[in-house]
Design a protein around this ligand. Structure first.
Ligand SMILES: Nc1nc2c(ncn2[C@@H]2O[C@H](COP(=O)(O)OP(=O)(O)OP(=O)(O)O)[C@@H](O)[C@H]2O)c(=O)[nH]1
Ligand SMILES: [Mg+2]
Length: 358
């Protein structure tokens, strides 16, 4: 499963957002550094297509796609020099696929901390860059030693040194002008600022729409158009705690941005280049995330390794065509299921049945 790490300054609302996204219970408090451990949770990806296919098949269970979120401690200014919790705990998110930057805009007498999202972004970027620099310098030392006995490693060292120079200037790699292919080749160094990002601005409950738009615009332009969303984490967390039946009504009466949480999850999903295919039967209808561009045999392997090993063909149809016909068996009877081989590039919204033999 794809994994996201929530990063932000102390008291930015990371744990509130985490709880809202995952239904988890990471500690939320009005003092800084309330979170000390690493909390893991799963968020379901809302997808109306899944619900409709499931209704069509009258499936007993409906299984949405999910992504994982990790909540960690707050990163304070000076963390690289040991301020606050320091930055060692960033090790807990180094291996994750992407980061969600939580930037506080809400104002509160009771909760100390910076309320300016752009200022917060600068502080975070500096601390993340310094943490990367520290890690990269260790890796460079090691590589240099290896390079003495192996000339082919030379270019690796040079590339790492170019990245280190960027980081030493306090610039995260996502802001650098290192070419994309160079950033790709740095992947084995698992640097935080070389990951895809989504920015979430945590707005106050009384925030005015026009101000929110301005703030989002300012953050997005800093980040070169990275996906930027607004959420009121506190309200969302309160709503998430309600019994399911009361949630929709409460969300409406609080005039929460429509499906703000769903949009955060969807943005994260997109940011990772994930698409969805479906399987459907009376027992279960399920959404499967797959990296865009994957072939049919690879997608089959996501369901079961036997399906990939013994792959014969995939029978497939787009979800909306299937709904129009009304059932899988009717689609087959009408000759509307396409038979695709292992090299077929699966499309977002395909409904698949895998034929296999092991
Ligand atoms: N008014 C208001 N308060 C919020 C909002 N989001 C979070 N808070 C409050 O801010 C405080 C900090 O929230 P947390 O979710 O614990 O923040 P955090 O980023 O996890 O903090 P640390 O783990 O200490 O770094 C809590 O008292 C929350 O209730 C919001 O949107 N509006
Ligand atoms: Mg926290």
């Amino acid at each position: 499963m794809q994994r996201f790490g929530l990063v932000g300054l102390p008291n930015s609302g990371k744990s509130s957002l985490f709880n809202a996204l995952t239904g988890g219970n990471s500690p939320v408090a009005g003092y800084a550094f309330a979170t000390t451990g690493t909390h893991l949770g799963e968020a379901k990806v809302a997808d109306e297509r899944l619900q409709r296919i499931s209704r069509m098949s009258a499936s007993a269970t409906t299984t949405p796609a999910a992504v994982q979120f990790t909540d960690i401690g707050g990163l304070a200014a000076g963390a690289a020099a040991g301020e606050g919790l320091g930055n060692r705990f960033l090790g807990g998110i180094r291996e994750l696929d992407a980061l969600v930057l939580v930037l506080r805009a809400f104002r509160s007498e009771e909760v100390e901390g910076i309320c300016d999202p752009v200022e917060s972004l600068y502080t975070l970027e500096l601390e993340l860059s310094l943490a990367d620099l520290e890690s990269l310098e260790r890796q460079i030392d090691k590589k240099r030693r290896q390079a003495k006995g192996d000339a082919t490693i030379g270019p690796d060292v040079a590339r790492m040194e170019r990245a280190a120079a960027v980081l030493a200037a306090g610039t995260p790699l996502w802001r650098s002008d290192l070419p994309d292919d160079e950033r790709r080749l740095l992947a084995p160094c698992v640097l935080l600022t070389n990951k895809p990002i989504v920015a979430v601005v945590n707005t106050g409950e009384e925030a005015v729409a026009a101000d929110v738009e301005d703030t989002l615009g300012a953050v997005a332009s800093e980040l070169g158009g990275a996906e930027t969303l607004a959420v009121c984490a506190q309200l969302e967390a309160e709503v998430a705690e309600l019994p399911e039946a009361e949630r929709a009504e409460m969300a409406e009466s609080l005039q929460l941005g429509e499906g703000a949480l769903a949009r955060v999850v969807a943005a994260s999903y997109r940011r990772l280049g994930l698409q969805t295919f479906f399987t459907t039967a009376p027992k279960e209808t399920r959404a499967w995330p797959f990296p865009a561009g994957s072939t049919a045999d690879v997608c089959a392997g996501l369901i079961h390794t036997d399906f990939q090993r013994g792959f014969i063909r995939a029978e497939t149809i787009q979800w909306d065509e299937l709904l129009e016909i009304g059932s899988w068996s009717a689609a087959r009877a009408a000759g509307r299921l396409r038979a695709e081989g292992r090299s077929y590039v699966v499309q977002d919204g395909d409904v698949l049945e895998i034929r296999f033999n092991v």
